[in-house]
Ligand binder design. Structure first.
Ligand code: GDP
Length: 444
């Protein structure tokens, strides 16, 4: 699916390979090519612009980790930005707690809606051992209900018996009753498609949603239709509370841009990807895997990740050595605060570095949270180098100057000093207990 985009991008990165240092001009030239590659892959213009701006800013400001080249670092930055563009982490179906959970399937005719309904039903019943029922509300297309019944037989999933002439909302109501009476966990409602987005279709969809109060309203779109798929998604999203999108025909050879801009344009997560006509050709949509496939540079990405880990471990060792000597100044505190920010804030911190678990507790006790990290850092930055090494010289006047410099209050400066003091004391204690050995004991 993403082959040509993938080729284009690797061409861009090839040019960066082997360079010792990247200039801003190198980065900008590379990003111009990335931009063209994305546009040619049919990614929506605003999404491309946003992506390129983000990557350029990060790549120019990036600290290049030792032992990787700047080119490799750029690959990693593009990789991470692609994952973000695709929605970060994959999102599973949200089926609530009290059955039956209702999944309403919507989309244009020919998008693959009925097939996808059967694929999801099969997946839920086989993989998650749910008792699943499907019902076709499509009274427009002759034989649509019969099509779903046959699919049901193929995947071994019950379908609501067909009553000729019954209208969609009534069928939906009957499906709900049957599901409750017969103890089904999940009801999949396959609504009628149309050739275009039209008002009658939207009204019918809204009526069914109002009657059944679905846990999920999944829009099925054909990835082969490119930018149109994104436009269709936008029109549907304006009419019903979509909870997710399913992209079909990702096995095709289209340029793939729809899947890349879908999330950003609609704000809705892509939950599944259809990858073939067979009824098991459905994948949970995983942004990490898709980004990996587009870039095809998993080895570079993991190299950069490993290098970053090594650096962190080295920094930690250095800090541990200083701690063992009873030295811990404001520069160390600052690098710890920055470390926390990089690693995703306080929550992600525990147990990652020697002493950090302890430090987190102290920081929390001092009222530090993710939001205040940046402010504390600003306070340290407005100290003079001498003050950073010897914080004990910071008296009242200096405190006022530092507070003003950091755009904060003396109270905040005091808070930081207290936090530092407590940590330095804790480290002295550790030293008395016998250095690192004692430290380990203290951290439990
Ligand atoms: P509906 O009108 O939206 O209900 O569309 P259907 O479910 O009847 O599907 C239309 C055609 O698309 C059928 O021939 C399906 O087999 C095919 N189809 C559905 N999903 C996929 C997919 O992910 N990949 C491929 N290659 N074909 C698909």
């Amino acid at each position: 699916m993403f082959e040509s985009l993938s080729d284009r991008l690797s061409g861009v990165f090839d040019k960066l390979r082997g360079r010792g240092a990247l200039t801003e001009a190198d980065v900008r030239a590379a990003m111009r090519e990335v931009r063209v590659a994305l546009l040619e892959a049919d990614v929506a213009l605003p999404v491309v612009k946003d992506f390129v701006d983000k990557v350029t800013e990060r790549a120019i400001g990036a600290e290049v980790t030792r032992s990787v080249t700047p080119g490799q670092q750029v690959v990693k930055i593009v990789h991470d930005a692609l994952i973000e563009m695709l929605g970060g982490t994959g999102e599973a179906l949200e089926l609530g707690v009290t059955p039956p959970a209702v999944i309403m399937m919507v989309g244009l005719q020919g998008s693959g809606k009925t097939t996808t309904t059967a694929k999801i039903a099969k997946r839920l019943s086989e993989k998650e051992r749910k008792k699943v029922m499907m019902a076709s509300l499509d009274v427009n297309r002759p034989a649509a209900q019969e099509q779903l019944r046959i699919l049901g037989e193929q995947v071994n999933v019950a379908t609501l018996p067909i009553i000729a002439g019954q209208q969609p909302v009534d069928i939906a109501r009957r499906a709900m009753q049957a599901a409750k009476l017969q103890g089904f966990d999940v009801v999949l409602l396959d609504t009628a498609g149309r050739l275009h987005v039209d008002q009658a279709l939207m009204a019918e969809m809204q009526a069914v949603a109002a009657t059944t109060d679905p846990h999920e309203i999944l829009l099925v779109v054909d990835a082969l239709t490119g930018q149109d798929a994104v436009n269709v998604a936008q029109s549907f999203a304006g009419q019903v509370e979509l909870t997710g999108v399913v992209l079909t025909r990702l096995d095709g050879d289209a340029r793939g841009g729809a899947s890349l801009s879908m999330r950003a344009v609609t704000g809705k997560p892509i939950k599944f990807a259809g990858t073939g006509e067979k009824l098991d050709a459905l994948d949970a949509f995983d942004p990490q895997r898709v980004a990996g496939r587009i870039l095809g540079m998993g080895d570079v990405v993991s190299l950069v990740e490993r290098a970053a880990e090594t650096i962190e471990a080295e920094e930690a060792e250095k800090l541990a050595a200083k701690m063992a000597k009873g030295q811990f100044d404001m520069n160390d505190l600052r690098s710890q605060l920055m470390q926390m920010k990089r690693m995703g804030g306080m929550g992600a911190l525990m147990g990652m570095l020697p002493g950090m678990g302890k430090m987190q507790k102290q920081a929390e006790a001092a009222g530090v949270n993710d939001k205040t990290l940046a402010r504390l850092e600003a306070v340290i930055l407005s100290m003079t180098p001498k003050e950073r090494v010897k914080p004990e010289i910071i008296a009242a006047k200096r405190k006022i100057r530092i507070a003003n410099g950091a755009g904060t209050t003396v109270q905040e400066v005091n808070k930081l000093l207290k936090m530092h003091q407590e940590m330095a004391n804790a480290m002295k204690k550790i030293r008395k207990m016998g250095g690192m050995g004692g430290l380990m004991k203290m951290m439990g």
